[in-house]
Design a protein around this ligand. Structure first.
Ligand code: URA
Length: 444
């Protein structure tokens, strides 16, 4: 395939694939040529897949990754939020299991006076997505136009929308392709995917929550650090205040895994309750954002402000405003019991006494997908009601017969399989086991 690129030069995509296959560094022009050609539909999926696989196997230099990020950000509109609100902030998780943090952090930070304009994603593989959780509220719209995004940000100071706007469309296309071609787990591809969206969405401050562990795309700490460093450097190069926290994803965050169940857990947390690990993670992330956005002197003070805001009910009131502004039925926020429930809710008890040594987060995430809570293909419908409530954490002492987890299912066969998979995800020890840390560090 031969396409004219904007610089009056002709390139051949096959030569770019061969160059990367042979471990050479691509030029900015070659990367722009690929991104423009793929977004425009001139480069077919099979050649884009080949290049993505060559990148996954042979990597990219920082220069190449930065060029890829900018080319993807520039593939659509790039919002300049400085003209809309002073100091808009954004947070992004690299993806995990039970990670409903944005549902609490965005309204908490916005209720503290810092505007949050965020473009969220859907579930990817075994990891859940913020939009799917929000859409379990009937009527909620995640397809705002850029005008709606800007207007809502100005009016109520918080927006959580999808990639429906013409923001980083190249990433939208490439992300879906990577999901089905085994090319998600590439540091330069993840970094450019996330940072292109952050740059296009226009926030001045970006907090990256880089997950590490069995239920994350980065399973080892060194790789997670590398990804975090790369994204922070790209953010800074683009003039955005960018910080990354490295957080644990070896076990699910909080207790709930599954769209509507996670929404309900976020609502419990906004009501001042919720599992302690999840609540703490939300407070820490909010603290960082408040410090970076200049509302707090430092993250410790930021955490205190966030805690007071959560306790006062202002964060919940902001969440209600957000749902209402985006067409959601707020009766479900006020009375989560109204949310549709799955047909079967099974309680599974501990088969033995002992200490929990491991709860394999990836297996829990995959089970939620098996129950129908995620997609095997992009076009698959999603069942909002199904999921798992994991009752204990690594390090807990549990007695035989105590509730270990609950399964919410709409299909008896899947329920049986899910029970077995979640039992297998739990490993036991007769000796005391240290609880897992919430964090492994910060990159700034
Ligand atoms: N999240 C993203 O936005 N992109 C990736 O590639 C992985 C996680």
């Amino acid at each position: 395939m031969r396409i004219d690129c904007g610089r009056n030069k002709t390139m051949r995509i096959v030569e770019i694939i061969i160059k990367k296959r042979d471990k050479a560094e691509l030029t900015q022009e070659e990367i722009e040529f690929f991104v423009q050609g793929y977004t425009g539909g001139e480069i077919p999926d099979y050649q884009a897949s080949a290049l993505a696989m060559a990148i996954l196997l042979n990597g990219m230099t920082t220069r190449e990754t930065t060029a890829m990020t900018l080319a993807m950000a520039n593939s659509g509109e790039v919002l300049d939020l400085t003209k809309v609100v002073p100091n808009a902030v954004d947070k992004h998780s690299t993806g995990g299991v039970g990670d409903k943090t944005s549902l609490v952090v965005a309204p908490t930070v916005a209720a503290c006076g810092l505007p949050v304009g965020k473009m969220s994603g859907r579930g990817l593989g075994f990891s859940g997505g913020t939009l799917d959780k929000l859409e379990s509220i009937p009527g909620f719209r995640s397809d705002l136009t850029p005008d709606e995004f800007i207007h809502q940000l100005k009016r109520i100071g918080v927006v959580l929308t999808g990639q429906s706007m013409n923001l980083a469309p190249a990433d939208g296309k490439l992300y879906a392709l990577r999901d089905v071609t085994g090319t998600v787990q590439s540091i330069p591809l993840i970094a450019s995917s996330i940072m292109s969206k952050k740059i296009a969405a226009g926030a001045q401050v970006v907090l990256l929550d880089v997950k590490v562990g069995k239920g994350a795309f980065m399973t080892d700490l060194e790789a997670a650090r590398k990804l975090a460093r790369l994204m922070v450097n790209i953010g800074k190069l683009c003039g955005r205040k960018t910080v990354a926290i490295l957080s644990d994803m070896n076990q699910p965050l909080g207790q709930a895994v599954g769209n509507s169940l996670e929404l309900q857990e976020a609502l419990e947390t906004l009501n001042g309750n919720g599992p302690s690990d999840f609540r703490e993670h939300c407070l820490v992330a909010s603290g960082y954002l408040l410090a970076l956005g200049g509302v707090a002197r430092n993250r410790i003070q930021g955490r205190k402000i966030a805690e007071a805001t959560l306790r006062s009910g202002k964060a919940l009131a902001k969440f209600r405003e957000l749902i209402k502004a985006q067409g959601g039925d707020i009766r479900y926020v006020d009375k989560p019991d109204l949310l549709e429930r799955s047909k079967y809710i099974a309680e599974v008890v501990a088969p033995r006494s002992g200490y929990i040594a491991e709860i394999d987060a990836r297996q829990v995430g995959e089970t939620a997908v098996l129950l129908g809570g995620g997609r095997a293909k992009k076009s698959d419908p999603i069942d909002y009601t199904v999921g798992i409530i994991v009752r204990h954490k690594v390090g807990d002492r549990v007695n035989a017969g105590e509730t270990l987890f609950n399964i919410h299912a709409n299909d008896k066969g899947k329920l049986t399989l899910a029970k077995q998979k979640i039992l297998e995800a739990h490993c036991w020890s007769d000796e005391p086991v240290k609880p897992l840390p919430l964090y492994y560090g910060i990159i700034s």
